[in-house]
Every structure is written in structure tokens, then in C-alpha cells.
Design a binder for this molecule. Structure first.
Ligand SMILES: O=C(O)CCC(=O)C(=O)O
Ligand SMILES: [Fe+2]
Length: 310
């Protein structure tokens, strides 16, 4: 069972809601969140903006292909990410944007804060402005994710402000995933997105209502998870599991894909570059940026090549 959490109750520090979040974090590692400041209509609209982008001809997406860069901003074509090294690269396409810092900032040369890459707004595509729509959504989703972290801090017995200064320049990444119908050629090692755990702390995921996401159940089997726009799927990542010494669970999940086209929008809410995500109180140091960089270099195919080439 994936717990369903009312955001309003949670943010009002309702005890039952806090308990449910703590249980979700410690057991399934997944929950859904409804009644947030983002309406179903707003989410449906940004899903449509992403859809318009993905439906552009290849020539319009090529100028923002992230494979031409040393970072992860812009378009990732099918086959450009391999989240499970025992599977083939995923057949999804995606578009990534993130947080940038000014050129004089000490982290300006870090890939996590690279400038975003936006496609030219093609003439005749209607009033929608992809960049503005996506950035407006990113801002709101970040704010809700921050509130969620405060609630989570409370739920695990830390002060509500525990995460605040660790997420003020976050390596946050907003992604639009586009899964076409599962290709006819796909075999047992081909997935929309292969089995993986997310790398960071918290993932705030908007779905378009269609099936596809499956969450691995402890003890075996997969639980299908669906959500309409306006209900978000929340899961926890590797850094959180490390940081809390295994108390918060990063649960593997995947999309095999089926006969439906599908769009999902995860916000990977990763902390500041220099956050120590080693187990609290352990005296060790594990920099969030180093963990993320290792995972990016393993899974983005264009960065795999960069790291192999030195
Ligand atoms: O599309 C989905 O529902 C899940 C996407 C996902 O797990 C990811 O992008 O990390
Ligand atoms: Fe994921």
C-alpha cells in the first residue's frame, strides 16, 4: 500500500499525517501527495507544454541536445540514459533543466549549476511558452518540496528547519520524461526507464494519469502506481537513505511501458553541492555533489563516454 497524504494537513503539522509520512519513508519509500498549491489544471497544462516540445521535429530539438555538452541541460534523446547497467539504455526521451548560479559563484563551474538550454519557440505552435511554463512550474514544485522536507524533518525527529540551509542552492533537476508506446523491437532488457533508485533526497513526481510506473515491493513483486495531474508521487533517494543511515528508504522503481504514450515530470530535489550526506553523527564526510557526479557519470550515456575518455 502506498500511503496517501493530504498536503494541507501535513503542512499544518497534523500528527496523523506526520506519522503516515514517517511510515512511508521508513517502509515503502513511496507515498502520494494531494491538496497542494499546484492544481490539477496547472499540472495538466505543463504536461501539455512538454508534449508539444517532444512532438517537435528532431531538427528543432537537436540544437538543445545535451549530448553536445558536458552537463545535463536540454534534450536527452532516446537511448541517452542507462539507469541500470545490466539493462539497455532507456527508450524514453527527456528534457532536463535545473538551477543555475551567477558566473562569480564558487560553484559556477560545477555541472549541476550549468545554464539551462531552451529550444527556440517555433512559430505557429500556439500561445504556450515552453520555457516560461516549465520555469513557473519548477518554482512552485520546489516550494512544495521544501515544505515537504520540513515536514519530513519533523517526522524523523529533527527541527523543521533542519534542511533549509542545505537546500538554498539545490542541485535540483526538473525533468520531463516522454515515453512513446513500447517499441515493437523492445526485448527483456529494454525499458521506458529500467529499474533504479533516484540519486538524491526527495523526488516530487507529476504523472499524466496513465499507467506505467511500478514500485518494487520488499519481498518481491511490483506495485503499479498511478496518479492524476494534481496528485504527486513522492519517493526518497539514495542520499536520503545514506544520510539517515538507512532509516529512510530509497525504493527501486521502473517503467516497462505499454500501449500508451506517457509523460511524467520528476523534480529531483537534491541538496546544495557541499551538503554532507554521510550518516548524521557518523563523523564521515560524503559530499552530495560527489555522490551525484558519480551517478551522473555512470548513467548519462554522453557523460559515460566523457569519463571513459578521461
Ligand atoms: O515516469 C515515471 O513514472 C517514473 C520516472 C522515474 O522514475 C525517473 O525519472 O526517475
Ligand atoms: Fe526514478
Amino acid at each position: 500500500m502506498i500511503p496517501k497524504i493530504d498536503a494541507q494537513a501535513l503542512f499544518d503539522a497534523d500528527k496523523e499525517a506526520l506519522d503516515a509520512v514517517r511510515r512511508a519513508a521508513e517502509t515503502t519509500g513511496f507515498m502520494t501527495l494531494h491538496n497542494t498549491a499546484l492544481s490539477g489544471a496547472e499540472v495538466a497544462a505543463v504536461i501539455e507544454s512538454y508534449r508539444q516540445f517532444f512532438k517537435l521535429p528532431e531538427a528543432a530539438k537537436e540544437p538543445v541536445d545535451m549530448a553536445q555538452t558536458g552537463s545535463n541541460r536540454g534534450w536527452g534523446r532516446a537511448g541517452s540514459e542507462q539507469v541500470d547497467l545490466n539493462a539497455n539504455p532507456d527508450y524514453k526521451q527527456f528534457f532536463d533543466c535545473g538551477v543555475s548560479v551567477p558566473s562569480e559563484h564558487p560553484w559556477a563551474d560545477k555541472q549541476f549549476y550549468a545554464p539551462n538550454k531552451w529550444p527556440k519557440q517555433p512559430a505557429g505552435l500556439g500561445a504556450a511558452d515552453f520555457r516560461a511554463d516549465v520555469l513557473a512550474y519548477f518554482t512552485k514544485a520546489r516550494a512544495i518540496s521544501m515544505d515537504l522536507l520540513s515536514a519530513l524533518a519533523r517526522a524523523i525527529g529533527e527541527p523543521a528547519s533542519f534542511f533549509e540551509d542545505k537546500f538554498d542552492t539545490p542541485m535540483a533537476l526538473l525533468r520531463g520524461n516522454y515515453y512513446p508506446e513500447r517499441p515493437k523491437w523492445a526485448g527483456e532488457k529494454d525499458f521506458g526507464i529500467a529499474t533504479h533508485t533516484d540519486y538524491g533526497c526527495l523526488t516530487f513526481l507529476a504523472l499524466d494519469g496513465s499507467p506505467g510506473l511500478e514500485v518494487r515491493q520488499r519481498g518481491g513483486g511490483w506495485i503499479p502506481v498511478r496518479a492524476e495531474p494534481g496528485t504527486f508521487v513522492i519517493n526518497f533517494g539514495e542520499m536520503f537513505e545514506m544520510w539517515t543511515n538507512g532509516r529512510v528508504k530509497a525504493t527501486p522503481h521502473r517503467v516497462v511501458g505499454g500501449t500508451n504514450e506517457r509523460i511524467s515530470i520528476p523534480l529531483f530535489f537534491n541538496p546544495n553541492y557541499d551538503t554532507n550526506v554521510a550518516p548524521i553523527g557518523s563523523g564521515q564526510v560524503i559530499l552530495a555533489g560527489e555522490h551525484l557526479s558519480a551517478r551522473y557519470n555512470e548513467t548519462y550515456v554522453h557523460l559515460q563516454q566523457t569519463s571513459k575518455g578521461g
